[in-house]
Design a protein around this ligand. Structure first.
Ligand code: AHR
Length: 339
């Protein structure tokens, strides 16, 4: 009995030692694997995405992930779930992990100075994508690639000038305004600010246009619906909805249809993104103008990250190609959107 117990203790000791050894070897192997990844298998990119609030966003994430996989770039991905503090934490963890490059979509423009200084101190270059930032020292990031939101806003305004060109006379005679609802994106985000600014800039010399309601729907379909319920209660004379993204537009269309209001006819609708559902709505006459915001930036982002990792400089500002789709276009020519 005593002998047996002794034997068991010995066996246990051997097993415990093996576990400890394999753990130590495992850690070593992991260390080795990580440096192999850096040296032999390409670069490591930390990618901080803001969330999955829209079809546009999930397409954007997919685009980056697929491009990284194609180029053999290891992507450390983080979804911040719409919180800036989560993004800052993610950026700090990328710094601790010593990634080669940080790529991030800033949810809002402000509040990035400290963490970007930390990235600089660690010698990690930063690429900003999709949304812009305001930092005291712009050299804290290497460059920006993404959408031109000011131009998107201007295009929305230009469409309305054309759409209502014959109504101006009516306004001059009767003083009747063209009443606009603006479904605003996330407060403090560069895209929402740019889309609002460009729109107002174009309509500035045209007093017949009047924005009677503007509220943030956070780029969410559910909030677009809720806001529509509210503004349709408040106003019965809305002529136009200018929506900062398709998700909010689709929510608003749902609320309108439930109330017997015909979208695209009773109320003119201009929307941004050009996801498939918005193009379908344009074809059905429920939307009048769709302004593209291009989410398929992955290949270009990864190319830029590779250049940064190689110590090269990149352009400070790079806008992606974007189109505008009008109700009067030959809509059969629009290729499937893929998001
Ligand atoms: O920053 C781009 C915007 O964010 C897109 O227009 C919108 O759909 C998204 O969620």
């Amino acid at each position: 009995m005593f002998h047996n117990n002794k034997q068991i203790s010995k066996q246990l000791l051997i097993i415990i030692s093996l576990i400890i050894i394999s753990f130590l070897v495992g850690c070593g192997a992991q260390e080795e694997k990580r440096s192999q990844t850096i040296d032999d298998e390409g670069i490591i990119v930390g990618f901080s995405q803001i969330g999955a609030e829209s079809a546009w966003r999930t397409c954007n994430t997919r685009s980056v992930q697929e491009a990284a996989a194609e180029r053999g770039v290891q992507l450390v991905y983080d979804n911040a779930e719409q919180k800036q503090e989560n993004q800052i934490k993610a950026l700090r963890s990328f710094i601790a992990y010593q990634v080669d490059v940080i790529v991030f979509v800033p949810i809002v423009t402000d509040g990035w100075d400290n963490v970007l200084q930390e990235a600089r101190d660690a010698g990690i270059p930063v690429l900003v994508t999709d949304r812009k930032i305001d930092v005291a020292d712009p050299s804290l990031y290497a460059g920006f690639i993404g959408t031109d939101s000011l131009k998107e806003g201007r295009n929305a305004g230009l469409f309305l000038l054309d759409k209502f060109k014959n109504e101006r006379e009516r306004f001059e005679k009767t003083g009747d305004h063209i009443n606009i609802v603006e479904l605003f994106g996330t407060e403090g985000s560069s895209v929402a600010l740019g889309r609002a600014e460009g729109f107002r800039e174009v309509l500035a010399g045209h007093p017949e246009f009047q924005i009677v309601y503007s509220k943030s729907g956070d780029f969410l379909r559910s909030k677009g619906y809720e806001l529509a319920v509210e503004f349709l209660e408040m106003h019965n004379d809305i002529d136009v909805i200018y929506s900062h993204n398709d998700g909010m537009t689709l929510g608003a269309i749902e609320a309108m249809e439930e109330r017997g209001i015909i979208p695209g006819t009773d109320i003119v609708i201009v929307t941004i993104d050009a996801q498939q559902a918005a193009i379908d709505a344009l074809r059905e006459g429920k939307v009048n103008c769709v302004i593209e915001c291009n989410p398929k930036t992955g290949p270009e982002i990864i190319k830029l990250a590779e250049r940064l990792a190689a110590g090269e400089s990149i352009p400070r500002l790079q806008y992606v190609h974007e189109e505008v789709f009008y109700e009067t276009d030959d809509l059969s020519l629009i290729e499937p959107r893929g998001y």
